[in-house]
Structures are given as structure tokens and as C-alpha cells.
Design a binder for this molecule. Structure first.
Ligand code: 3NM
Length: 216
């Protein structure tokens, strides 16, 4: 069972926000602008911190966007309805699926093409993420970038009914090319979190993604 992928067209992963800004306001504005999925990611936060922040975020987001936790099953279980995103060195997606149930969103980052040989993992996922498409200052300890050719290659290899999103170095300037290469959605951190107007940044990205999806 793959659960519901939700809508992954414009996928915000949380990151640093400008001084004086409140992450909850940034996320709420971004959802107002057209973000469809929000992943709470803070590798330095405790589970309790994530649950507290997750409660504030989900209260503001309501049902307007899918909500996913990065790599903290306990926090995801504590926040009813939350999904879980894991990487290849984290909890196995099949274990996440077992723990969260058939309806939960479970996502998995693809760093190596060999991961697709793990059929149980792929079958457990609601979506897969090409990570990273391009190098990004937001996360410097990534594996080698896939580039647009990598997105095309993975879109051919991943089951057609399994949404493929892409992360890493995506902005309004290149989002259309990522969708044109086969991604069903784009994930961004800095293009929204670092923007002086997160709502407007999200709106612009959403228009670009929707137009690129319609043009395929
Ligand atoms: N994961 P930006 S790249 C959170 O490759 C994250 O797994 C990545 O940030 C991966 O949108 C990344 O600012 C950061 O480039 C993406």
C-alpha cells in the first residue's frame, strides 16, 4: 500500500528564515501562495521540539497542505495525520509504512539508482525524491547531483504511478526545466524560506510548476 501522495506539486521543506521572521508565519504565507506539501525538517530539534512546532504549523495550515515530518517517526506518530520523509540511511520506508498505516504519506530520497532495486521500499512509498538535482548551499553534504539527465533517467525507472519530486538548487529560474524533465513536483527550501515575501515566492513557483505540468 502506498498511501496517498497528496499533492506534491509545490513542496516546501522548512529551513532558516530571515532574522525577525517566524517560521510558522512563513509557512502559512507560503501555503496561502500555493504550497501543496510542507515538510518540517530541523535536524537539530528534539522530538518534543518538532511536535510542538508541528502542532503550531498544522493548526495554521489546516487541510490546505499535506504535512510531513523529516526522519522522526515518533514526532510523526504524535502529530495525527502527519506523514514521514526518510533518506536511504534512515528508517526503512516499509517500517515507516507499517508504523504509520496505509493512509499515511511516506516519502524516500533517492541518492543512488540502486535504491530502486529495493522493491519493498519502493512499494511502501507515496512518492520518491530526486536528491539533489543541483548542488545547493542549503545542504552541502549531499551525494552527487543528478542533474536534469538524472531526473529523466529516474522518471523512466520509477513506476509511472508513483510521483517523483526533485530537490536541491531549485528556484523560479529553473523549476520549469525540472518539471519538463519529468518531475511531478518541486521541493524548495531557500526559494521560499529566504524570500522577503514567501507568499509571493510560492505563488510564482506554483504558477511556473502548473504551467510546466500542463505543457507536458
Ligand atoms: N535535501 P534549496 S538538498 C533539504 O539532496 C535538502 O537530499 C537535499 O535546499 C538532498 O531548495 C536540500 O535551498 C536542500 O536548494 C535544498
Amino acid at each position: 500500500m502506498r498511501g496517498q501522495a497528496g499533492d506534491v506539486r509545490l513542496y516546501l521543506v522548512t529551513g532558516p528564515v530571515p532574522p525577525g521572521a517566524d517560521l510558522v508565519d512563513v509557512v502559512a504565507d507560503a501555503v496561502g501562495g500555493g504550497v501543496t506539501t510542507v515538510q518540517l525538517r530541523d535536524k537539530d530539534a528534539t522530538t518534543d521540539d518538532l511536535v510542538r512546532l508541528g502542532e503550531r504549523l498544522t493548526e495554521r495550515i489546516g487541510t490546505r497542505a499535506t504535512f510531513v515530518l523529516n526522519d522522526d517517526l515518533q514526532a510523526a506518530r504524535a502529530l495525527s495525520g502527519a506523514g514521514l520523509h526518510v533518506g536511504p540511511d534512515d528508517l526503512h520506508p516499509a517500517r515507516a509504512r507499517e508504523a504509520l498505516g496505509d493512509d499515511a504519506v511516506v516519502g524516500w530520497s533517492l541518492h543512488h539508482v540502486d535504491q530502486l532495486k529495493d522493491e519493498a521500499a519502493v512499494a511502501a512509498c507515496s512518492y520518491l525524491a530526486v536528491s539533489p538535482v543541483w548542488p545547493t548551499p542549503t545542504k552541502t553534504d549531499t551525494t552527487a547531483p543528478w542533474g536534469l539527465d538524472g531526473v529523466r533517467r529516474l522518471r523512466d525507472l520509477v513506476p509511472a504511478d508513483l510521483p517523483l519530486v526533485a530537490i536541491g538548487g531549485i528556484s523560479a529560474a529553473n523549476a520549469a526545466s525540472v518539471v519538463g524533465a519529468g518531475a511531478d513536483g518541486v521541493c524548495v527550501v531557500s526559494a521560499i524560506c529566504s524570500s522577503p515575501d514567501p507568499g509571493d515566492a510560492a505563488h510564482t513557483l506554483r504558477e511556473i510548476v502548473d504551467a510546466a505540468l500542463a505543457a507536458r
